[in-house]
Design a protein around this ligand. Structure first.
Ligand SMILES: Cc1ncc(COP(=O)(O)O)c(C=O)c1O
Length: 470
C-alpha cells in the first residue's frame, strides 16, 4: 500500500474507531444487532473475488464488521468472563503487530521477551513462587493443558518419548471445574475417563475429604494419580477451592497441585480479597488470564510454575538446527519452553495496561468490581421479582427472575426471558443450568465499563420485560 493511501486510510480509521467508541458509551446503542446466522450471511458480502477491492469498499468492510459484531466493550455486555475495553490494551495490540515478531527467540522479539519475563516474574512474586518460571500461551484452557504436561514430565520424564506406556494417569478436578480439563485429557492421551470429578460443597468448592477418598479409590483400581487442579473462581458460581486443605492432600499423595485462576486469580492484586488464594505459594503451578477480570485484550494468558526448569524440560525437542542457536542470548529464548513455534506478542497489551494503572490502579479496580457486585446484590435483595441462587464468594451473581404467574415453569421462564432480551439486542448477559434443571442468569463482573446505573437498567429491563410479556 502506498504511503499516501495508508495515511488517508489511517485518518479514516481513527474516525471510525472514535465513532465506534462513542457509540459504545451511548446507552441507545445495541450490544449486538441480533440476527440469525443464516440472515447475517445474506446481509454480509462474504465473497472473495479475483480483483482488488476499492479503497471505499475496504472502509465499508471495516464498518460492516463493526456494525454487526457484538460490542464486548458495551456497558451491557456481561455475558462472558472477558469484556470491557482498555485503550492501553488496544494500543498494545496495534503496536505489537507493527513489529509482528514471533516470540520464539530473543533475537526476533528482544523487548517483548523481557517484558513477558518480567510479567511472569511479577505474578510469581505476588503469589509466592520464588525463582519460578512461566510463559504466555493461547488461553487458560491451554495453560491447564500445560499443567498436566509438566506434571507428567515430573513424574514420568520418559513418557515424552514412549507415550503413556499403557498407564492410566488420573487428574482430579472439582465437579464445577472448567470444561478445558476434559479437552486436556483428550489431547494428552490420558482419556476423559481418567478425569476424576471431586464433589463440591453447597458453594461449589472442592471437598478436600472427597479428594482424598477419590485418590485412594483410584489407587485401589490400579490407576496412577498424577495431578490435582484446584479452581480459584469457578466459571459459573465463582467458587474458590480451599487451597490449603487441598495442599495437605496433594502433599500426602505427592501429587502436582495446579491452580486454575483463569478467572479468579485476579484477586491477587487486591490486599482485601487476596485471602481467597491462601495456600497458593505451596502449589506447583498456576493459570492466570489477564484478559478476563483485568480487561486486557484477548489473549493474555499465563502459565506459571514454581519449578524453574520444568517448562524447558517438558517442551524442548527439536529446532536446534535452524532456530534455537547457541549464542550469547540463548538463555532468553522462550521457544524451547513453549508448545508453539510461532508465538504472538501478547505481553504488550498487558504490559501497557499494568504500566498505565500501576499496582494501586489494579487493586482499586478489583475492589470496585466487588463494590458494583454488592450494588447488584442489594437490588436483587430489594426486589420481590428476583431471587439469588447462591451467596457469591466472587464476582458471579447467579439469580432468577420470578414469574408473576406461579403456575409458569420458572426455569423455562428464565430461559425464554434471557433469549428475548438477547434478541432485542440491548443486553447480553448469560445464563447457566444446574444438573437438576434450574436455569438462572449468571451475571459476571468482568467489564470495567459497566457502572451502577447500568446494573439498575439491567434489573429494570429484566423485571419490566418479564411482566410485559407474560
Ligand atoms: C475457570 C476457567 N478456567 C479456564 C478457562 C479457559 O480460559 P480460556 O477461555 O482463556 O481458554 C475459563 C474460561 O472461561 C475458566 O472460567
Amino acid at each position: 500500500m502506498q504511503s499516501s493511501v495508508r495515511k488517508e486510510l489511517w485518518a479514516d480509521l481513527v474516525n471510525i474507531i472514535e465513532g465506534y467508541l462513542d457509540e459504545n458509551s451511548d446507552k441507545s446503542t445495541p450490544v449486538v444487532e441480533y440476527m440469525k446466522g443464516t440472515e447475517l450471511k445474506k446481509v454480509l458480502d462474504l465473497n472473495l473475488s479475483d480483483d482488488a477491492c476499492s479503497y471505499t469498499d475496504l472502509l465499508n468492510e471495516i464498518k460492516t464488521y463493526l456494525k454487526y459484531s457484538t460490542r464486548t466493550g458495551h456497558p451491557q455486555f456481561n455475558n462472558q468472563l472477558n469484556g470491557g475495553f482498555n485503550f492501553e490494551s488496544m494500543v498494545g495490540e496495534i503496536i505489537s503487530y507493527l513489529g509482528n515478531a514471533t516470540m520464539a527467540t530473543f533475537e526476533v522479539a528482544p523487548v517483548a521477551t523481557l517484558m513477558e519475563s518480567k510479567l511472569v516474574e511479577e505474578i510469581n512474586s505476588i503469589i509466592g513462587y520464588n525463582d519460578g518460571d512461566g510463559i504466555m500461551l493461547t488461553g487458560g484452557s491451554n495453560a491447564n493443558l500445560m499443567a498436566i504436561h509438566c506434571a507428567r514430565e515430573r513424574m514420568f520424564p520418559e513418557m515424552k518419548n514412549t507415550g503413556n506406556n499403557g498407564k492410566q494417569l488420573c487428574v482430579f478436578v472439582s465437579a464445577d471445574a472448567h470444561y478445558s480439563h476434559k479437552k486436556a485429557m483428550m489431547l494428552m492421551g490420558l482419556g476423559i475417563d481418567n478425569l476424576v470429578l471431586v464433589e463440591t460443597d453447597e458453594q461449589g468448592r472442592m471437598l478436600a475429604s472427597d479428594l482424598d477418598l477419590k485418590i485412594e479409590q483410584t489407587k485401589e483400581l490400579g490407576k496412577i494419580p498424577l495431578m490435582v487442579c484446584s479452581t480459584v473462581g469457578t466459571t459459573v458460581l465463582g467458587a474458590f477451592d480451599p487451597l490449603t486443605k487441598i495442599n495437605t492432600v496433594t502433599k500426602k499423595h505427592n501429587l502436582w497441585h495446579h491452580v486454575d485462576g483463569a478467572w479468579g486469580g485476579a484477586v491477587m492484586f487486591s490486599s482485601k480479597y487476596k485471602y481467597l488464594l491462601e495456600g497458593i505459594s505451596e502449589t506447583d503451578s498456576y493459570t492466570f488470564d489477564a484478559h478476563k477480570l483485568m480487561g486486557s485484550g484477548l489473549i493474555t494468558s499465563f502459565f506459571t510454575t514454581k519449578h524453574k526448569t520444568i517448562l524447558a524440560e517438558s517442551n524442548s525437542g527439536g529446532g536446534g538446527a535452524y532456530i534455537f542457536h547457541e549464542y550469547e542470548n540463548a538463555e532468553f529464548d522462550t521457544g524451547r519452553k513453549s508448545i508453539q513455534c510461532g508465538r504472538k506478542v501478547d505481553a504488550l497489551k498487558f504490559w501497557l495496561l499494568w504500566k498505565a494503572k500501576g499496582h494501586k490502579g489494579f487493586e482499586a479496580y478489583v475492589n470496585e468490581q466487588y463494590d458494583k457486585r454488592d450494588y447488584l446484590l442489594s437490588l436483587i435483595d430489594e426486589s420481590k421479582n428476583l431471587k439469588l441462587i447462591r451467596d457469591p464468594e466472587f464476582l458471579n451473581v447467579c439469580f432468577q427472575v420470578i414469574p408473576e404467574d406461579k403456575s409458569v415453569d420458572i426455569n423455562q421462564f428464565n430461559y425464554e426471558l434471557r433469549y428475548k432480551i438477547v434478541k432485542e439486542g440491548k443486553i447480553l448477559t448469560n445464563f447457566s443450568r444446574f444438573e437438576d434443571g434450574t436455569v438462572f442468569f449468571r451475571h459476571v463482573f468482568a467489564n470495567n465499563i459497566t457502572q451502577k446505573e447500568d446494573l439498575k437498567h439491567l434489573v429494570d429491563t429484566l423485571v419490566n420485560s418479564s411482566f410485559s410479556s407474560h
